[in-house]
Design a protein around this ligand. Structure first.
Ligand code: FE2
Length: 274
């Protein structure tokens, strides 16, 4: 890497949104041709191709560029760290984050890396993610619209509870009224944004093909948030009224400890819904 990650504000991690500067856009592994090779190396369930209105599960690699230009398409490569050379890249970035003044401790887990490739003017739907997310813009421009959930949350605790109960299958509903509550973050190649876990966001791609790299991980803090929300959901399913996350530290701590037991209620509900 040519230059270190650069953060203007150091006191915002891990609970606030902020932009940063990076230089990984010049890494050969993040060129479209290299990414296409990586897509062929990953297990098929780690590569998702979407075109609208149809979802396509597998496309011939040589057609990807053409499809990106001629149609509205979105390609996601998940868990790139399964490929050794991308695992090295992820480890380098994690080391830079640990050495940076953000004071990211060693106590993170489940680090993962993703690549998103989008057609010109593609819109990524409004959603939330369960992990701390460092999003690096590699090629093209995009605007990330993020709801600062620490100040004026647009979604309710019960929506977050339902999301945690089905992290892959849950889709967040969106109202045009939400637009006023979203902070626009413009990203050029060489820029990035840190999005705290469960901050709702959507992405408007610019006029060119966009490539972004995402580095995510979980921490004790994000896991506590997940466990308390899932415990609250379970208590709700049992017909018990309870305080929301954050209203009582003592109860949150108790719920987090009881989570393994309470979560059986969520699991039973999930399978009874099938
Ligand atoms: Fe996201």
């Amino acid at each position: 890497m040519n230059k270190k990650l650069f953060f203007k504000q150091l006191n915002l991690y891990p609970t606030q949104l902020f932009k940063f500067i990076h230089s990984i856009e010049s890494n050969d592994l993040l060129l479209l041709n290299e990414i296409i090779k990586a897509a062929a190396e990953l297990p098929t369930n780690f590569v998702e191709y979407y075109t609208f209105p149809f979802q396509i599960s597998k496309l011939p690699c040589q057609d990807i560029k053409q499809i990106l230009i001629s149609k509205k398409a979105w390609i996601i490569l998940r868990h790139l760290e399964y490929i050794p050379r991308y695992n090295i890249l992820m480890s380098q970035l994690l080391n830079e984050l640990k050495l940076s003044e953000l004071k990211i401790s060693n106590k993170f887990f489940n680090p993962a890396s993703f690549i998103f490739i989008s057609s010109p003017n593609f819109i990524t739907p409004f959603h939330i993610d369960p992990e701390h997310n460092f999003l690096f813009q590699i090629t093209g421009k995009k605007e990330v619209l993020v709801n600062d959930a620490s100040v004026s949350p647009l979604i309710t605790s019960s929506e977050i509870e339902d999301f945690y109960a089905d992290e892959f299958g849950y889709s967040l509903s969106f109202s045009p009224d939400y637009l006023a509550g979203l902070t626009p973050i413009k990203l050029d190649a060489g820029e990035g944004v840190y999005i705290p876990f469960t901050f709702p966001h959507m992405v408007f791609n610019g006029n060119d093909i966009s490539i972004s790299y995402s580095l995510t991980f979980r921490t004790k803090m994000s896991e506590h948030h997940r466990r308390v929300h899932l415990a609250n959901r379970a208590l709700g399913l049992l017909g018990l009224r309870t305080k929301k996350y954050g209203e009582s530290q003592f109860r949150d701590s108790l719920k987090s400890q009881l989570f393994p037991l309470l979560n059986f209620v969520n699991v039973r509900k999930k399978y009874s819904d099938f």
